[in-house]
Design a protein around this ligand. Structure first.
Ligand SMILES: NC(=O)C1=CN([C@@H]2O[C@H](COP(=O)(O)OP(=O)(O)OC[C@H]3O[C@@H](n4cnc5c(N)ncnc54)[C@H](O)[C@@H]3O)[C@@H](O)[C@H]2O)C=CC1
Ligand SMILES: O=C([O-])CC(=O)C(=O)O
Length: 320
Protein backbone atom coordinates (compact mmCIF):
# COMPACT_ATOMS: atom_id res chain seq x y z
CA UNK A 1 0.00 0.00 0.00
CA UNK A 2 1.35 3.44 -0.87
CA UNK A 3 2.52 5.58 2.02
CA UNK A 4 0.30 8.51 3.08
CA UNK A 5 1.30 11.91 1.69
CA UNK A 6 1.84 14.78 4.09
CA UNK A 7 2.05 18.30 2.66
CA UNK A 8 3.61 20.97 4.84
CA UNK A 9 2.65 24.45 3.67
CA UNK A 10 5.38 26.67 5.05
CA UNK A 11 8.92 25.38 5.45
CA UNK A 12 10.14 27.68 8.20
CA UNK A 13 10.94 26.73 11.79
CA UNK A 14 7.79 24.73 12.44
CA UNK A 15 7.55 23.37 8.88
CA UNK A 16 11.09 21.98 9.00
CA UNK A 17 10.52 20.45 12.43
CA UNK A 18 7.25 18.90 11.23
CA UNK A 19 9.05 17.34 8.27
CA UNK A 20 11.75 15.89 10.52
CA UNK A 21 9.22 14.44 12.97
CA UNK A 22 6.94 13.05 10.24
CA UNK A 23 9.93 11.29 8.66
CA UNK A 24 11.31 9.92 11.93
CA UNK A 25 7.87 8.62 12.88
CA UNK A 26 7.36 7.26 9.34
CA UNK A 27 3.94 8.88 9.09
CA UNK A 28 4.27 9.11 5.32
CA UNK A 29 6.07 10.81 2.45
CA UNK A 30 6.57 14.50 2.99
CA UNK A 31 6.25 17.45 0.60
CA UNK A 32 7.54 20.75 1.97
CA UNK A 33 6.08 23.78 0.18
CA UNK A 34 7.18 27.40 0.62
CA UNK A 35 7.33 30.56 -1.47
CA UNK A 36 10.98 31.05 -0.46
CA UNK A 37 13.09 29.47 -3.18
CA UNK A 38 15.60 26.91 -1.94
CA UNK A 39 14.34 26.72 1.66
CA UNK A 40 11.95 23.78 1.25
CA UNK A 41 14.32 22.04 -1.14
CA UNK A 42 17.27 22.47 1.24
CA UNK A 43 15.36 21.30 4.31
CA UNK A 44 13.87 18.30 2.49
CA UNK A 45 17.31 17.20 1.26
CA UNK A 46 18.93 17.75 4.66
CA UNK A 47 16.26 15.64 6.42
CA UNK A 48 16.38 12.96 3.71
CA UNK A 49 20.14 12.72 4.29
CA UNK A 50 19.46 11.95 7.98
CA UNK A 51 17.49 8.87 6.88
CA UNK A 52 20.34 6.37 6.64
CA UNK A 53 21.58 7.12 10.17
CA UNK A 54 18.08 7.35 11.65
CA UNK A 55 16.81 4.42 9.61
CA UNK A 56 13.47 5.70 8.32
CA UNK A 57 11.65 5.00 5.09
CA UNK A 58 10.05 8.22 3.89
CA UNK A 59 10.50 10.28 0.75
CA UNK A 60 11.00 14.03 1.19
CA UNK A 61 10.55 16.67 -1.47
CA UNK A 62 10.88 20.44 -1.30
CA UNK A 63 8.95 22.61 -3.73
CA UNK A 64 7.68 26.07 -4.67
CA UNK A 65 4.92 24.59 -6.83
CA UNK A 66 1.48 23.83 -5.35
CA UNK A 67 1.03 21.09 -7.95
CA UNK A 68 3.43 18.96 -5.90
CA UNK A 69 0.99 18.71 -2.98
CA UNK A 70 -1.52 16.94 -5.25
CA UNK A 71 -3.48 14.24 -3.49
CA UNK A 72 -2.05 14.96 -0.03
CA UNK A 73 -3.79 13.12 2.80
CA UNK A 74 -2.80 15.72 5.39
CA UNK A 75 -1.83 19.39 4.98
CA UNK A 76 -0.27 21.22 7.90
CA UNK A 77 -0.20 24.97 7.41
CA UNK A 78 2.48 27.16 9.00
CA UNK A 79 2.84 29.64 6.14
CA UNK A 80 3.00 33.23 7.31
CA UNK A 81 4.83 35.32 9.83
CA UNK A 82 5.59 34.71 13.52
CA UNK A 83 5.56 37.48 16.13
CA UNK A 84 8.53 39.24 17.67
CA UNK A 85 8.93 40.41 21.29
CA UNK A 86 6.42 43.14 22.14
CA UNK A 87 3.85 41.94 19.59
CA UNK A 88 0.67 40.02 20.27
CA UNK A 89 -0.45 37.17 18.05
CA UNK A 90 -3.34 39.37 16.94
CA UNK A 91 -0.89 41.85 15.38
CA UNK A 92 -0.24 39.20 12.70
CA UNK A 93 -3.86 39.14 11.52
CA UNK A 94 -3.62 41.40 8.46
CA UNK A 95 -0.43 39.93 7.01
CA UNK A 96 -1.28 36.29 7.67
CA UNK A 97 -4.86 36.63 6.38
CA UNK A 98 -3.46 37.30 2.88
CA UNK A 99 -1.30 34.20 3.21
CA UNK A 100 -4.35 32.09 4.19
CA UNK A 101 -6.08 33.17 0.97
CA UNK A 102 -3.34 31.81 -1.29
CA UNK A 103 -2.86 28.70 0.85
CA UNK A 104 -6.62 27.99 0.97
CA UNK A 105 -6.87 28.29 -2.80
CA UNK A 106 -3.80 26.07 -3.29
CA UNK A 107 -5.20 23.34 -1.06
CA UNK A 108 -8.67 23.54 -2.63
CA UNK A 109 -7.18 23.07 -6.09
CA UNK A 110 -4.61 20.38 -5.39
CA UNK A 111 -5.51 18.54 -2.17
CA UNK A 112 -9.27 18.95 -1.59
CA UNK A 113 -9.55 15.62 0.25
CA UNK A 114 -6.85 16.38 2.81
CA UNK A 115 -7.26 16.75 6.56
CA UNK A 116 -5.98 20.28 7.13
CA UNK A 117 -4.35 21.42 10.36
CA UNK A 118 -3.72 25.15 10.57
CA UNK A 119 -1.01 26.47 12.89
CA UNK A 120 -0.58 30.03 11.60
CA UNK A 121 -1.50 32.80 14.07
CA UNK A 122 -3.74 34.33 15.23
CA UNK A 123 -4.84 30.73 15.19
CA UNK A 124 -8.61 30.69 15.65
CA UNK A 125 -9.27 33.45 13.11
CA UNK A 126 -6.75 32.02 10.62
CA UNK A 127 -8.26 28.53 10.69
CA UNK A 128 -11.69 30.07 10.14
CA UNK A 129 -10.39 32.10 7.20
CA UNK A 130 -8.48 29.14 5.75
CA UNK A 131 -11.67 27.07 5.82
CA UNK A 132 -13.60 29.87 4.12
CA UNK A 133 -10.95 30.33 1.41
CA UNK A 134 -10.57 26.58 0.79
CA UNK A 135 -14.24 25.62 0.96
CA UNK A 136 -13.30 22.22 2.42
CA UNK A 137 -15.75 20.47 4.79
CA UNK A 138 -15.60 21.92 8.30
CA UNK A 139 -14.70 18.60 9.89
CA UNK A 140 -11.62 18.34 7.65
CA UNK A 141 -10.19 21.73 8.68
CA UNK A 142 -9.03 22.42 12.22
CA UNK A 143 -6.40 24.35 14.12
CA UNK A 144 -3.59 23.34 16.45
CA UNK A 145 -3.33 25.23 19.72
CA UNK A 146 -5.05 23.32 22.51
CA UNK A 147 -2.66 20.38 22.34
CA UNK A 148 0.28 22.79 22.69
CA UNK A 149 -1.27 24.90 25.44
CA UNK A 150 -2.29 21.76 27.32
CA UNK A 151 1.21 20.31 26.89
CA UNK A 152 2.69 23.46 28.41
CA UNK A 153 0.22 23.24 31.32
CA UNK A 154 1.08 19.55 31.80
CA UNK A 155 4.80 20.29 31.76
CA UNK A 156 4.53 23.04 34.38
CA UNK A 157 2.27 20.86 36.54
CA UNK A 158 4.68 17.92 36.34
CA UNK A 159 7.47 20.21 37.59
CA UNK A 160 5.29 21.44 40.47
CA UNK A 161 4.23 17.94 41.53
CA UNK A 162 7.49 16.18 40.61
CA UNK A 163 5.64 13.49 38.67
CA UNK A 164 5.89 12.18 35.13
CA UNK A 165 4.37 14.39 32.45
CA UNK A 166 2.66 11.26 31.14
CA UNK A 167 0.51 11.06 34.25
CA UNK A 168 -0.66 14.66 33.99
CA UNK A 169 -3.60 15.38 31.72
CA UNK A 170 -4.99 18.82 31.03
CA UNK A 171 -7.49 20.70 28.94
CA UNK A 172 -6.83 24.24 27.76
CA UNK A 173 -9.79 25.52 25.77
CA UNK A 174 -10.94 28.79 24.19
CA UNK A 175 -9.00 30.96 21.78
CA UNK A 176 -5.22 30.68 21.43
CA UNK A 177 -4.51 34.07 22.94
CA UNK A 178 -4.22 35.85 26.24
CA UNK A 179 -7.78 34.79 27.14
CA UNK A 180 -7.21 31.03 26.74
CA UNK A 181 -8.91 28.91 29.39
CA UNK A 182 -6.85 26.29 31.27
CA UNK A 183 -9.57 24.22 32.95
CA UNK A 184 -8.23 23.09 36.32
CA UNK A 185 -11.32 21.01 37.13
CA UNK A 186 -10.81 18.93 33.97
CA UNK A 187 -7.05 18.63 34.47
CA UNK A 188 -5.72 15.75 36.53
CA UNK A 189 -2.71 13.97 37.96
CA UNK A 190 -3.27 10.22 37.83
CA UNK A 191 -6.98 10.96 37.44
CA UNK A 192 -7.14 13.29 40.49
CA UNK A 193 -8.52 16.74 39.52
CA UNK A 194 -6.29 19.71 40.35
CA UNK A 195 -8.72 21.30 42.86
CA UNK A 196 -8.60 18.03 44.84
CA UNK A 197 -4.79 18.13 44.80
CA UNK A 198 -4.94 21.62 46.31
CA UNK A 199 -7.19 20.25 49.07
CA UNK A 200 -4.78 17.35 49.55
CA UNK A 201 -1.98 19.84 50.13
CA UNK A 202 0.05 18.88 47.02
CA UNK A 203 0.13 22.55 46.05
CA UNK A 204 -1.52 25.83 46.98
CA UNK A 205 -4.18 27.75 45.09
CA UNK A 206 -1.67 30.60 44.67
CA UNK A 207 0.89 28.31 43.04
CA UNK A 208 -1.78 26.78 40.81
CA UNK A 209 -2.96 30.25 39.76
CA UNK A 210 0.64 31.16 38.86
CA UNK A 211 0.97 27.99 36.74
CA UNK A 212 -2.29 28.82 34.96
CA UNK A 213 -0.95 32.29 34.15
CA UNK A 214 2.42 30.91 33.00
CA UNK A 215 0.49 28.62 30.66
CA UNK A 216 -1.46 31.57 29.23
CA UNK A 217 1.85 33.39 28.70
CA UNK A 218 3.62 30.27 27.41
CA UNK A 219 4.04 31.48 23.84
CA UNK A 220 5.24 34.94 24.89
CA UNK A 221 7.75 33.38 27.31
CA UNK A 222 9.45 31.58 24.40
CA UNK A 223 9.21 34.63 22.11
CA UNK A 224 10.92 36.69 24.82
CA UNK A 225 13.74 34.17 25.09
CA UNK A 226 14.29 33.49 21.38
CA UNK A 227 13.84 37.15 20.33
CA UNK A 228 13.84 36.28 16.62
CA UNK A 229 10.71 34.14 16.35
CA UNK A 230 8.38 31.89 18.31
CA UNK A 231 8.25 28.34 19.60
CA UNK A 232 8.55 25.51 17.12
CA UNK A 233 9.53 22.18 18.70
CA UNK A 234 6.44 21.81 20.91
CA UNK A 235 4.09 23.30 18.29
CA UNK A 236 5.33 20.85 15.64
CA UNK A 237 5.09 17.88 18.01
CA UNK A 238 1.54 18.88 18.91
CA UNK A 239 0.41 19.07 15.28
CA UNK A 240 2.05 15.73 14.53
CA UNK A 241 0.00 14.20 17.36
CA UNK A 242 -3.15 15.44 15.61
CA UNK A 243 -2.01 14.28 12.15
CA UNK A 244 -1.18 10.84 13.50
CA UNK A 245 -4.63 10.62 15.15
CA UNK A 246 -6.20 11.22 11.74
CA UNK A 247 -3.91 8.99 9.67
CA UNK A 248 -4.17 6.05 12.09
CA UNK A 249 -7.85 6.61 12.97
CA UNK A 250 -6.86 6.72 16.62
CA UNK A 251 -10.02 8.52 17.83
CA UNK A 252 -7.82 10.62 20.12
CA UNK A 253 -9.50 13.02 22.52
CA UNK A 254 -7.59 16.22 21.85
CA UNK A 255 -8.33 19.89 22.39
CA UNK A 256 -8.18 21.69 19.07
CA UNK A 257 -9.65 24.69 17.28
CA UNK A 258 -12.68 23.05 15.69
CA UNK A 259 -15.80 24.31 14.01
CA UNK A 260 -18.48 24.36 16.68
CA UNK A 261 -22.08 24.63 15.60
CA UNK A 262 -24.45 23.80 18.41
CA UNK A 263 -22.20 22.41 21.15
CA UNK A 264 -21.11 24.61 24.08
CA UNK A 265 -23.80 27.11 23.13
CA UNK A 266 -21.82 28.21 20.05
CA UNK A 267 -23.10 28.87 16.57
CA UNK A 268 -20.70 28.44 13.65
CA UNK A 269 -17.39 29.42 15.23
CA UNK A 270 -13.84 28.02 15.28
CA UNK A 271 -12.49 27.94 18.82
CA UNK A 272 -10.54 25.58 21.09
CA UNK A 273 -12.76 22.75 22.33
CA UNK A 274 -12.29 19.08 23.27
CA UNK A 275 -12.67 16.93 20.16
CA UNK A 276 -12.31 13.38 18.91
CA UNK A 277 -9.94 13.08 15.95
CA UNK A 278 -10.04 10.01 13.75
CA UNK A 279 -10.29 9.02 10.10
CA UNK A 280 -13.30 11.30 9.66
CA UNK A 281 -11.26 14.33 10.75
CA UNK A 282 -12.84 16.13 13.70
CA UNK A 283 -15.41 13.42 14.37
CA UNK A 284 -16.94 14.90 17.49
CA UNK A 285 -16.95 18.06 19.55
CA UNK A 286 -17.33 17.17 23.21
CA UNK A 287 -20.08 19.29 24.73
CA UNK A 288 -18.59 19.61 28.22
CA UNK A 289 -20.39 21.36 31.03
CA UNK A 290 -18.66 24.32 32.60
CA UNK A 291 -19.40 25.96 35.92
CA UNK A 292 -20.17 29.68 36.13
CA UNK A 293 -16.57 30.85 36.48
CA UNK A 294 -15.31 28.58 33.70
CA UNK A 295 -18.15 29.65 31.43
CA UNK A 296 -17.37 33.33 32.06
CA UNK A 297 -13.71 32.80 31.09
CA UNK A 298 -14.72 30.78 28.04
CA UNK A 299 -17.27 33.41 26.94
CA UNK A 300 -14.61 36.13 27.20
CA UNK A 301 -12.26 34.07 25.05
CA UNK A 302 -15.00 33.34 22.51
CA UNK A 303 -15.74 37.07 22.29
CA UNK A 304 -12.05 37.76 21.56
CA UNK A 305 -12.12 35.20 18.72
CA UNK A 306 -15.36 36.66 17.34
CA UNK A 307 -13.71 40.10 17.28
CA UNK A 308 -10.81 38.74 15.21
CA UNK A 309 -13.16 37.01 12.77
CA UNK A 310 -15.02 40.32 12.31
CA UNK A 311 -11.68 42.03 11.71
CA UNK A 312 -10.91 39.48 8.95
CA UNK A 313 -14.26 40.27 7.31
CA UNK A 314 -13.40 43.96 7.47
CA UNK A 315 -10.07 43.39 5.72
CA UNK A 316 -11.24 40.95 3.03
CA UNK A 317 -14.77 41.61 1.80
CA UNK A 318 -15.00 38.16 0.18
CA UNK A 319 -15.22 36.78 3.75
CA UNK A 320 -18.10 39.00 4.85
N1 LIG B 1 -0.97 27.69 16.71
C1 LIG B 1 0.08 27.67 17.51
O1 LIG B 1 0.01 27.14 18.61
C2 LIG B 1 1.37 28.28 17.08
C3 LIG B 1 1.40 29.08 15.97
N2 LIG B 1 2.58 29.60 15.51
C4 LIG B 1 2.51 30.38 14.27
O2 LIG B 1 2.96 29.55 13.19
C5 LIG B 1 3.41 30.38 12.12
C6 LIG B 1 4.74 29.87 11.58
O3 LIG B 1 5.74 29.94 12.56
P1 LIG B 1 7.26 29.60 12.17
O4 LIG B 1 7.35 28.35 11.41
O5 LIG B 1 8.05 29.74 13.41
O6 LIG B 1 7.58 30.82 11.20
P2 LIG B 1 8.74 30.94 10.08
O7 LIG B 1 8.87 32.38 9.75
O8 LIG B 1 9.95 30.20 10.53
O9 LIG B 1 8.12 30.16 8.84
C7 LIG B 1 7.04 30.66 8.10
C8 LIG B 1 7.28 30.26 6.66
O10 LIG B 1 6.13 30.64 5.91
C9 LIG B 1 6.60 30.99 4.62
N3 LIG B 1 5.58 31.74 3.91
C10 LIG B 1 5.24 33.05 4.02
N4 LIG B 1 4.26 33.34 3.17
C11 LIG B 1 3.94 32.20 2.52
C12 LIG B 1 2.98 31.85 1.52
N5 LIG B 1 2.14 32.76 1.01
N6 LIG B 1 2.94 30.56 1.10
C13 LIG B 1 3.77 29.64 1.59
N7 LIG B 1 4.72 29.91 2.53
C14 LIG B 1 4.78 31.17 2.98
C15 LIG B 1 7.88 31.77 4.90
O11 LIG B 1 8.69 31.83 3.73
C16 LIG B 1 8.49 30.96 6.03
O12 LIG B 1 9.40 29.99 5.54
C17 LIG B 1 3.44 31.80 12.70
O13 LIG B 1 2.29 32.51 12.27
C18 LIG B 1 3.40 31.58 14.21
O14 LIG B 1 2.85 32.67 14.90
C19 LIG B 1 3.74 29.37 16.15
C20 LIG B 1 3.77 28.58 17.28
C21 LIG B 1 2.58 27.99 17.86
O1 LIG C 1 3.47 32.82 20.95
C1 LIG C 1 3.51 32.79 19.70
O2 LIG C 1 3.54 33.79 18.97
C2 LIG C 1 3.52 31.45 19.05
C3 LIG C 1 2.47 30.65 19.65
O3 LIG C 1 1.32 30.78 19.32
C4 LIG C 1 2.82 29.83 20.81
O4 LIG C 1 3.99 29.48 20.99
O5 LIG C 1 1.90 29.52 21.57
Amino acid sequence: MARPKIALIGAGQIGGTLAHLAAIKELGDVVLFDIAEGTPQGKALDIAESGPAEGFDAALKGTNDYADIAGADVCIVTAGVPRKPGMSRDDLLGINLKVMKSVGEGIAKHAPNAFVICITNPLDAMVWALREFSGLPHEKVCGMAGVLDSARFRHFLSLEFDVSMRDVSAFVLGGHGDTMVPLTRYSTVGGIPLPDLVEMGWTTQEKLDAIVQRTRDGGAEIVGLLKTGSAYYAPATSAIEMAEAYLKDQKRVLPCAAYVDGALGLKGLYVGVPTVIGAGGVERVIDIKMNRDEQAMFDKSVDAVKGLVEACKGIDSSLA
